[in-house]
Design a protein. Structure first.
Length: 146
């Protein structure tokens, strides 16, 4: 099982702002989409969380924009868990343009795990066994993303 998950995106008109590039707030949606897709790929779907009565909520987001993305471009979002603690995880993201492998943005979300009572709770061993933390990963677009 790989620690790095890749999520593909095509930039649609709805993501474009008055500056004719992807609006900054769209990246937050893409971060959530990539995190959800990664979770789903491990079997931790919304139905799984509904069944056990828990969820994840974002505590904070950080985004560093390096270069703009434009309409019609194909992007690859890499996401990975850089650390897991008792009640939280740090998830990182790297946004690449597929055509030239340029790193467009880096981001991080601190996610808090909430139990059935809606309070921070210990992350179950079942999740810890599948989420592999990689603190030292340096984002690079792999050939598999072609």
């Amino acid at each position: 099982m790989e620690a790095i998950y890749e999520h593909k995106i095509v930039v649609l008109q709805s993501a474009i702002d008055t500056n004719m590039h992807v609006n900054n707030v769209v990246y937050v949606q893409w971060m959530q989409d990539a995190a959800t897709a990664h979770s789903d790929s491990l079997g931790f779907t919304s139905e799984f969380y509904d069944k056990i009565g828990s969820t994840w909520v974002a505590r904070s987001h950080f985004i560093e924009y390096l270069s703009p993305a434009f309409l019609g471009e194909e992007l690859v979002v890499q996401t990975w868990i850089s650390s897991i603690k008792r009640f939280s995880s740090n998830r990182e993201y790297a946004f690449f343009r597929k055509s030239d492998k340029m790193l467009l943005a880096r981001a991080k979300t601190v996610w808090i795990y909430l139990n059935a009572n809606g309070k921070p709770g210990r992350i179950p061993d079942e999740l810890l066994a599948k989420y592999i933390a990689d603190e030292s990963y340096e984002p690079k677009l792999r050939d598999s993303a072609k």
